[in-house]
Design a protein around this ligand. Structure first.
Ligand SMILES: Nc1ncnc2c1ncn2[C@@H]1O[C@H](COP(=O)(O)OP(=O)(O)OP(=O)(O)O)[C@@H](O)[C@H]1O
Ligand SMILES: [Mg+2]
Ligand SMILES: [Zn+2]
Length: 325
């Protein structure tokens, strides 16, 4: 089962639980009322016959309309009486109604024409949670990505503007079978992580599965799985090949060896073969990548990834010292 299906099944189970829990709590309140107020128990017994009375009216012949109207009047009268007793005893008249978390769908997660917003929200939240981005997903977006930090030359500003536009369009139009890889390259503090988080959020909001990880974290997971007892593994390494979109941040900051390089090759190669989108962020130039990881990795990145260059002055520093410095 794909990771997304697993999430969906889990959320559906949570909804069923919520629904049953709401029913159970209402039942308990009803039982409490019946224990406290025998008149209400009697009224509820009579109210519970309404269904049968309707059936009877529909099947016993004669003036169906008139009989139905009679049932309705009686029912309303019983309800009014019940409400009066509850109020007189200090209860809210809806005390034993079922109170759903979402009144729109009754915690079923579905409306007549598809999924309820509450279920969509739960799935999106689960997506954020599963992405590994933590708090970044709420603070780094396309909306708060400013071009004003890239003003050293007109060209550099225009270049970053085009890049942001194309990344944004890519994320906003992401579909099930969308496939494109990006290599975000440039010095520290220039917005690579910020922009990839913004992409992740947009793609998750569209209902897709995104996994964010640092190269250090990802390759550490492979090592822990292979050589360790698996304790502290962030993700099952399978997720790195299976995730619909994978973002590998800070490539080049990990300590690499033959094993980790083989794992990195495997992830990159697998994902290209399966046409699954990957975004890699790095301070390394393509030449550095070749020197560090070898030709097989470098040539795949060169051939299959769209390079996005980041130039300028460290935005972290600009935020502290001002844009002119
Ligand atoms: N264009 C921008 N507009 C607003 N905030 C920005 C912009 N670029 C970067 N930032 C902010 O500056 C900080 C550094 O950016 P970010 O982490 O994306 O840099 P980076 O390129 O990933 O750097 P590193 O190579 O060190 O990982 C973050 O807090 C980020 O939100
Ligand atoms: Mg970064
Ligand atoms: Zn709902």
């Amino acid at each position: 089962m794909s990771y997304q299906k697993e999430t969906y099944v889990r959320i559906k189970a949570e909804f069923s639980k919520k629904y049953l829990e709401a029913q159970r709590r209402a039942q308990m309140r009803r039982a409490e009322l019946h224990a406290q107020l025998p008149e209400v128990a009697e009224l509820d017994r009579r109210l519970s016959m309404t269904g049968m009375e309707i059936m009877d009216a529909l099947t016993s012949g004669g003036n169906t309309e008139a009989k139905l109207a009679e049932v309705k009047v009686r029912n309303e009268q019983l309800q009014r009486e019940r409400a009066k007793i509850l109020r007189a005893n200090g209860y809210d008249e809806n005390y034993s109604d079922v109170h759903y978390e979402c009144e729109k769908c009754g915690d079923s997660g579905y409306l007549e024409h598809g999924m309820c917003d509450c279920m969509k929200r739960a799935l999106t939240e689960a997506g954020y949670e599963a992405s590994g981005l933590g708090g970044l997903i709420r603070t780094q977006s396309f909306e708060n990505f400013s071009l004003d930090y890239y003003t050293s030359t007109v060209e550099s500003r225009e270049r970053i503007e085009r890049s942001v536009l194309s990344l944004r369009r890519f994320a906003e139009q992401f579909e099930e079978d969308t496939y494109k890889n990006f290599l975000l390259v440039g010095g520290t503090g220039l917005g690579k992580t910020h922009l990839s988080t913004a992409m992740a959020k947009t793609i998750i909001d569209r209902g897709h599965d995104v996994l964010y990880v640092t190269a250090l974290g990802m390759l550490g997971d492979f090592e822990a799985k292979r050589f360790g007892d698996g304790v502290g593994v962030r993700n099952d390494p399978m997720r790195y090949t299976d995730a619909q979109v994978l973002i590998i941040d800070d490539l080049g900051t990990e300590v690499n060896n033959q094993f980790t390089t083989a794992c990195l090759y495997d992830v990159i190669n697998h994902r290209i073969n399966q046409r699954k989108t990957t975004v890699i962020n790095t301070n390394l130039s393509v030449r550095d990548i070749e020197a560090r990881y070898g030709e097989r990795i470098a040539s795949r990145i060169l051939g299959e990834y769209v390079p996005i260059l980041f130039e300028g002055k460290d935005v972290r520093r600009q935020k502290i010292f001002g844009k002119k410095k």
